[in-house]
Ligand binder design. Structure first.
Ligand code: 0RA
Length: 691
């Protein structure tokens, strides 16, 4: 048995710097100098990553078997608190550092590793960089640890301790845990607004993946936060508290993902197993799957709770097991008569929804976004666990098995029809200039990094864009009306669609499985639609197409949405544009101030906007609302929406893959009721996009 050391808080004596301290300072300063290297970026994504990083540490405690409950609170002062009931960060004096281990964990880069006894620490990609990174990037951070009957406390500013670790009270017998509260540093994060929904999505995902843990989130911000919102999605959502606990784990996750897609099975398949790698360390494998009556594949894979968007060896092992086991069940049960049609991996993936979660002691992450598992031993471990388990399950649930095989046979038949259409698209590929769509006005430069493709709603706006563009680097592809809803169609139908084929061939990187991001002909693909209901529908149809068939374009940050202005304000020869109501009111004030003395300008009421045509105010300002892109002439379109020097474009990102999938299936799928509920819940965004 290990002897327990007396826990003494460090004394508050004046600090003398040792050689070690200097490397320490260097470490955290490096984080502050190049925060993106540690948390990905300093946008909203990086901001939320700070919270995930602290939560991941609590999840590590849960994986080690010591933590049952994690609470996240967004406080009214803009700070966030993450509290767990784990063992608490150790507080005894660190033998080498000669100060509290707590201080070392909070202030030394990657110190977690030195103490870490956990088998599956959340490491890899941007995760597992340690709570010291969060500390370095915080205006201030406070940590409270309950351990050994005491409550310890330390506060930091920009990563530096304000004072030594102190005992501030007792802790109830047997009560242990860690509470971290921090405010992100405003000199690093320009936008410090936490989104409840974004945090809740990650906590929900973690609760599905770790069925023993209960995660709770509360938004304790008051009304004053609404006025500081910069965009409608910044406004705290109606819900301000949620608790996530899913006893059914991955089975419930699969049902959640497919909640708007009817399953063809009575039961969700589930398997869990463990095997050892060459070094004798345990690799855990857990999987749940079901088939729905639609055509998309929705497989989400995780390694140590990190979503592996680019797949990897665990995914390969899973697919191999699935194809092999279902094929042998098909011939064994005589469902594929005389084996007359060859079933391939593609056929077994149509309508498949699955979650695969593996725990790997030392994961190697590869790929463009470092979300691809590289450990080769994991393939056979996953295959060896999933294959036999699925085989047994099919024997025990043969009616479900039969429905799966029947669906796969239908998919194989459709695949044959799809092959012809697909060949057509392949031949019309990037390098075959003659194959480019006739209505594409291509750019003259060929370096993709410099080129932009505008996908434009409507022929008349397309015409303006063609005239207004800088033809050296801007290409224009006009679309006629609405494209096919890809959520409800099989691949061959999709590839027969003229408009969609034009998009695929203009981009030149192939389709779905054959998609090759290196062949993308444009570094920026910009969707430009009217700011009305039809425009927003077309935009959603296009986003669905990219999400389902060219996802890497989104993941690699190539996809953007143009922001045309909503208003034109004219006074005499001066023409100004406004992109939202607030800006419109400001511009009106500015135009008035030009004429009148400064004294008067604040008192003027803002002008009402007429539905039709322009409104002329008493002092000659003409305000008109753009109803569509087609109303702008080429020069206006260039000046407001296309000139890279002055325009705003929104980059499309995927915050959470499983939830994004659900959103698209809700918005574009068959069922009306969930769509109505979604639109009602998000009505404030919809209204703002559409009006
Ligand atoms: C180092 C060692 C141990 C636990 C932790 C760190 C720890 C870190 C965090 C961060 C948030 N919550 C946390 N809970 C625990 C192991 C402690 C032991 O062996 O008793």
């Amino acid at each position: 048995m290990a002897s327990k050391k007396e826990t003494k808080p460090t004394t508050g004596s004046p600090k003398t710097y040792t050689a070690d301290d200097i490397t320490v300072l260097k470490g955290l300063e490096a984080v502050r100098r190049r925060p993106a290297m540690y948390i990905g970026d300093i946008s909203a994504r990086g901001l939320h990553h700070l919270v995930y990083e602290v939560v991941d540490n609590s999840i590590d405690e849960a994986l080690a078997g010591f933590c049952k409950s994690i609470n996240v609170t967004i406080n009214d002062d803009g700070s966030v608190t993450v509290e767990d009931d784990g063992r608490g960060i150790p507080t005894d004096i660190h033998p080498e550092e000669k100060r509290s281990a707590l201080e070392v964990v909070m202030t030394v880069l990657h110190a977690g590793g030195k103490f870490d006894k956990n088998t599956y620490k959340v490491s890899g990609g941007l995760h597992g960089v340690g709570v010291s990174v969060v500390n370095a990037l915080s205006e201030w951070l406070e940590v409270e640890v309950r351990r050994d009957g005491k409550t310890f406390f330390q506060k930091y500013k920009k990563g530096d301790p304000v004072a030594a670790v102190k005992v501030i009270g007792k802790a109830e017998r047997g009560k242990t845990g860690t509470r971290v509260t921090f405010v992100p540093d405003g000199t690093i994060f320009k936008n410090r607004l936490f989104k409840f929904d974004t945090l809740a999505e990650r906590l929900r995902e973690l609760a599905f993946l770790n069925s023993d843990v209960t995660l709770h989130i509360k938004d304790a911000r008051g009304k004053s936060w609404v006025s500081s919102a910069r965009s409608p999605s910044d406004i705290p959502s109606g819900k301000n508290e949620e608790t996530f606990h899913f006893k059914g784990g991955l089975v419930e996750f699969v049902k959640y993902i497919d909640s708007t897609r009817p399953s063809i099975m009575k039961k969700v398949f589930y398997a869990k197993g463990e095997d050892k790698d060459e070094a004798g360390r345990a690799v855990e494998v857990e999987v749940a799957l079901q088939y729905n009556d639609q055509y998309n594949e929705n497989v989400f894979t995780y390694v140590n709770n990190i979503n592996t968007l680019e797949g990897g060896t665990h995914m390969v092992g899973f697919r191999t097991a699935l194809t092999r086991t279902l094929n042998s069940f098909a011939s064994k049960s005589g469902l594929n008569k005389d084996d007359k049609i060859q079933l391939t991996g593609d056929d077994f993936r149509e309508g498949l929804t699955a979650v695969l979660s593996v725990k790997v002691p030392e994961p190697q992450f590869e790929g463009q976004t470092k979300t691809k598992l590289g450990n080769s031993e994991v393939k056979s471990i996953v295959e060896g666990i999933v294959g036999p388990a699925l085989s047994d399950w099919l024997d025990a649930n043969s009616p479900d098995g039969k429905r799966i095989i029947e669906k796969c046979v239908r998919a194989a038949e459709a695949r044959e029809a799809a092959r012809k259409a697909r060949d057509l698209t392949r031949r019309k590929n990037a390098f075959d200039a003659g194959g480019l769509p006739g209505k594409l006005a291509d750019c003259s430069i060929s370096d993709p990094a410099q080129c932009e493709l505008y996908i434009v709603e409507g022929d008349s706006a397309g015409g303006s864009a063609k005239q207004g563009r800088d033809r050296r680097f801007q290409a224009i592809l006009p679309l006629k009306g609405k494209i096919l809803n890809v959520e409800k169609a099989r691949l061959h139908k999709i590839l027969e669609n003229e408009e969609i084929r034009a998009i695929f061939t203009a981009i030149g990187a192939g389709v779905e499985e054959d998609f090759d991001a290196e062949k993308v002909r444009y570094g920026k693909i910009i969707v430009m639609c009217d700011a009305d209901v039809d425009g927003s529908h077309i935009r959603t149809l296009l986003l669905t197409l990219f999400f389902r068939y060219m996802k890497p374009i989104i993941e690699l940050g190539h996809l953007y949405i143009a922001q045309p202005p909503l208003y034109k304000l004219k006074k005499g020869k001066t023409e100004l544009y406004a992109y939202d109501d607030e800006e419109r009111d400001e511009v009106v004030k500015r135009l008035r101030a030009e004429k009148k003395g400064k004294k008067e300008r604040e008192d003027e009421p803002t002008m009402a906007v007429a539905e039709e045509g322009g409104v002329v105010s008493s002092d000659g300002i003409v305000l008109s609302r753009f109803k569509g892109l087609g109303e702008m002439n080429p020069e206006q379109l260039w000046a407001t929406t296309m000139n890279p020097e002055t325009r705003t474009v929104l980059q499309v990102t995927i915050e959470n893959a499983a939830d994004a999938d659900r959103t698209f299936s809700i918005l574009m799928g068959d069922e009306v009721e969930p769509r109505r509920a979604f639109i009602e819940k998000n009505a404030k965004y919809v209204r703002n996009l559409d009006v």
